[in-house]
Ligand binder design. Structure first.
Ligand SMILES: NC(=O)c1ccc[n+]([C@@H]2O[C@H](COP(=O)([O-])OP(=O)(O)OC[C@H]3O[C@@H](n4cnc5c(N)ncnc54)[C@H](OP(=O)(O)O)[C@@H]3O)[C@@H](O)[C@H]2O)c1
Length: 371
């Protein structure tokens, strides 16, 4: 009798919670709005920016007039000369899993891009590290626009003089991902054997060069058409994944930096030294491709199973900070790292740039030129 009551009230509680969750979700969905609905007037000082008012394919991107931003006391006003696109920008498609963060019905943030390089056109009164005319590069949401305001103490640093704006703009997201994955998660050390799966893409081309800068022996994995490219940026060995499975070998590695995740836990563990580390940084080229769901599940499986073995399988999300931007600046300045630029598009061709990136086969970085 007692058990029946418990079951009945548990059922009612679950049902009530479900109805409430549905109602909250429904209200959040219909209340979610964005700048496109709020700012319907004509900007007083218009600048051009890439905007998406709705979720969808790159077709939803428009080149719009928006208000020119005004820097506060701690900010710089940067005239953007070049920007770059990243797999991250494909959140314009509004995957349902992360819509509670992005906005349920419409994207809360209607602007696109993060990577930029440009010239300082104004500085706030508290800013001492930068002056008018400085050439800088960094990461800031909404960077694909003629002007942006950035906090001087965040992820912005001087552009090395030996780099063009396009080269510098291609660096921030991809190279910081490679740096933090190899150095902080992979604990990379000179003399180690490092394998980079996905060596020819935006992150991979930086990862090969950063791993070499640490004095390691690097093996890059790519397809036939990219073998020469990956060798040219410093890889000691290159394996063509269309001809050879890199996990079916007697070779052992201290560190796998995996941007593809297309091999199982056991396959990757087989080629790791007993104390080796596999840094699981991504699940293949940008865009959604067949088998990605399985890869994501495989990475979760690897993470759980690695708790019970000597090798470590780690995943992470790269984070911007000024110190690492300066490390990247030094790598560029010293010539230890040179961006590989696949294609350059004009500002009004940003949707084409994203369509190309989304195919998942970029060779290095895809850049937007705003000159
Ligand atoms: N953890 C983080 O914080 C973080 C940050 C940025 C990016 N990511 C992730 O890292 C991954 C790579 O990003 P990205 O910017 O480098 O993307 P990307 O530039 O679009 O990568 C394209 C490259 O991936 C290569 N590729 C595709 N399938 C491959 C395979 N089976 N084996 C080897 N290479 C393959 C392609 O080479 P082919 O044309 O020869 O196939 C192409 O050169 C993405 O999954 C992205 O989401 C993670």
């Amino acid at each position: 009798m007692k058990l029946k009551k418990v079951i009945k009230w548990t059922g009612i509680a679950i049902l009530t919670a479900l109805i409430l969750a549905f109602l909250v979700g429904f209200i959040a969905y219909w209340r979610s709005t964005n700048d496109c609905e709020r700012n319907t007037g004509i900007p007083a000082t218009p600048i051009k920016a890439i905007v998406h008012c709705e979720y969808g394919s790159p077709d939803v991107l428009t080149l719009a007039d928006v208000e020119k931003p005004v820097p506060n006391d701690n900010q710089l006003l940067v005239r953007v000369r070049a920007a770059a696109v990243n797999p991250l920008d494909l959140t314009i498609r509004g995957p349902w899993l992360i819509r509670p963060l992005l906005g349920m019905r419409k994207p809360k943030d209607t602007r696109l891009g993060v990577d930029y390089a440009g010239t300082v056109e104004a500085v706030g009164k508290n800013v001492t590290q930068f002056k008018l005319g400085d050439e800088v590069f960094g990461g800031k949401d909404g960077a694909i626009a003629e002007y942006i305001c950035v906090l001087a103490d965040r992820a912005v640093t001087l552009k090395p003089a030996n780099m063009t704006f396009e080269q510098a703009a291609s660096v921030p997201v991809a190279a910081i991902t490679a740096l933090q994955g190899l150095r902080d998660k992979g604990k990379i050390q000179a003399g180690q054997k490092v394998l980079i799966n996905g060596a020819s893409g935006g992150v991979g081309t930086f990862a090969v060069q950063i791993a070499k800068s640490f004095g390691t022996e690097v093996t890059g994995i790519c397809s036939t058409r990219n073998v020469d490219l990956v060798r040219s940026i410093g890889a000691d060995h290159v394996i063509d994944y269309t001809k050879e499975d890199f996990t079916q070998t007697d070779q052992r590695y201290d560190l796998i930096f995996d941007l593809v995740g297309n091999h199982s836990f056991s396959e990757r563990r087989h080629i790791l030294n007993p104390n080796g580390i596999c840094v699981m940084a991504g699940v293949g080229g940008a865009g959604w491709h067949d088998g990605m769901g399985i890869r994501l599940a495989g990475e979760l499986d690897a993470y759980v199973r690695s708790r019970f073995v000597s090798q470590k399988f780690i995943s992470y999300i790269a984070q911007f900070n000024k110190k690492d931007m300066m490390v990247l600046g030094d790598l560029l300045q010293s010539g230890k790292m040179t961006p590989v630029i696949d294609r350059t598009y004009k500002l009004n061709e940003t949707a084409d740039a994203l369509r190309y990136l989304e195919q998942g086969h970029a060779r290095g970085k895809v850049v937007i030129n705003l000159e």
